[in-house]
Design a protein around this ligand. Structure first.
Ligand code: GAL
Length: 418
């Protein structure tokens, strides 16, 4: 890995913030929507109870998977107007901020709060650069979940969740031919990127998928051509009006009985089962069911939301109080059942994770489960690569040309610096 980008030397406390200012904390994320905001609100309430003198400013910017928030964040960081803490995915995405010198190492914070032993080592590895720890993970999300409407599958004569990509295509066709329902709901463009990582994993298998993100990866390989052909085929069963809604609209179509399938991360579970006014109050097994995304059983396509301490945070002590909340067992156990994720800590209260989350908890903690990193949600691809893939997918949505998509992905990998 190359060294840090040079930043102009920072003069006398110019943007180092006042280290002991705990009067306020501005927390930046993209959790404004139904499902996501509830988890944040639960942790905020606990934070407020423990830190009554600190004003919590929720600086969340709407847009699933941070599509708008990341652009705003980039310009704030560039202009040296950082929030006190921002959400960043563990892995390659975090590395971008580290290399640009935009976030502080948190080794002392980990030491003071005895945190090293509470997180799994493979997660610590994803937030460590040159021996220093850089963020505080709050959860583990699973990207590879197939949500489906059991009633529509029955109507279509599909006996259960498809287990491979080929079976998935057959099931989508059955829904199209035999019902008036949407076979596969999709939302804004990023949800097609999310679908893409799932089809790549499902078709290539875990090892070949993971190899795509390593130096020398062959994005031009016939196996990738095959997977992209399947992706193009699957996309034929999605809705045209998709782009006008974010992930919530697409996921909701399944529990509302309008669409048979949706592939989305497990934040959808928080939205489905959460209570009104934000949550949909739906019942697992009656209103919807889940399965591993086709062809991905036994693999956790994972990602982790973590919080950072930006360089020059105006209220450093407030930020550290927030990071303490984020790292705490109590905070994580309040946040995750609502967010639809499982705790990043190893010592969480297992009994709180029921229904789908019990499955997620067991899969994550099962030594036989294989791990694959979500590229869309920051684990494998840095921000530039991520953007270049999104551009290639955007072109594909226009021209539907899987060959060109592959060329675009080959160039994106080449330009990623791998
Ligand atoms: C992911 C994020 C999740 C969830 C999702 C949809 O990138 O890690 O916490 O917010 O986007 O917005």
């Amino acid at each position: 890995m190359t060294g840090a980008l040079a930043l102009p030397a920072c003069g006398a406390n110019e943007d180092s913030g006042s280290g002991d200012d705990k009067s306020k904390v501005e927390v930046f994320s993209w959790w404004t929507g139904p499902g996501e905001a509830d988890g944040l609100a639960a942790m905020q309430a606990d934070f407020q109870k423990r830190n009554p003198g600190t004003k919590f400013v929720n600086a969340a910017i709407a847009g699933g998977s941070g599509t708008q928030a990341k652009a705003v964040l980039a310009s704030r960081l560039q202009n040296r107007k950082p929030p006190d803490s921002f959400q960043g995915h563990a892995g390659a995405e975090l590395l971008d901020y580290i290399k640009a010198g935009q976030i502080e190492p948190l080794d002392d914070f980990y030491q003071r709060n005895n945190l090293k032993s509470v997180y799994p080592q493979q997660l610590l590895d994803q937030i460590t650069y040159k021996g220093h720890l850089y963020s505080v993970p709050v959860n583990i999300h699973r990207s590879n979940v197939l949500w489906y409407n059991p009633g529509i599958l029955k109507e279509a004569g599909v006996s259960g969740a498809p287990k491979s990509v080929a079976e998935f295509v057959t099931a989508l066709k059955a829904v199209k031919d035999r019902t008036k329902k949407v076979p596969l709901s999709l939302g804004a463009q990023w949800t097609a990127d999310h679908l893409l990582e799932n089809v790549l994993l499902g078709d290539l298998g875990t090892d070949a998928y993971n190899a795509l993100w390593k130096p020398g990866a062959d994005w031009g390989a016939p196996a990738v051509t095959k997977a992209l052909g399947d992706f193009a085929e699957i996309m034929k069963y999605t809705t045209l009006e998709a782009a006008s809604t974010d992930w919530q609209g697409a996921a909701k179509a399944v529990v509302d009985g309008k669409a048979a399938f949706n592939i989305m991360g497990d934040w959808a579970y928080g939205y489905f089962t959460g209570s009104a006014p934000n949550g949909l109050g739906k019942k697992l097994d009656t209103d919807f069911k889940y399965a591993p995304a086709p062809g991905t059983d036994g693999t956790y396509l994972w990602l982790s939301d973590s919080f950072t301490l930006p360089k020059g945070a105006p209220h450093k002590a407030g930020a550290e109080a927030w990071l303490k909340e984020v790292s705490s067992k109590e905070g994580q156990d309040l946040f995750n059942p609502k967010k639809g994720s499982i705790p990043a800590r190893k010592d969480a209260d297992k009994s709180l994770y029921t229904g789908y989350l019990q499955y997620a908890f067991e899969q994550w903690n099962n030594p036989a489960t294989k791990l694959a990193g979500s590229f869309w949600h920051g684990v494998n691809a840095n921000n530039k690569w991520h953007t270049d893939i999104d551009t290639a997918v955007g072109l594909f949505l226009q021209d539907k040309d899987a060959g060109k998509l592959q060329q675009g992905l080959v160039s994106a990998a080449k330009n990623s610096g791998l």
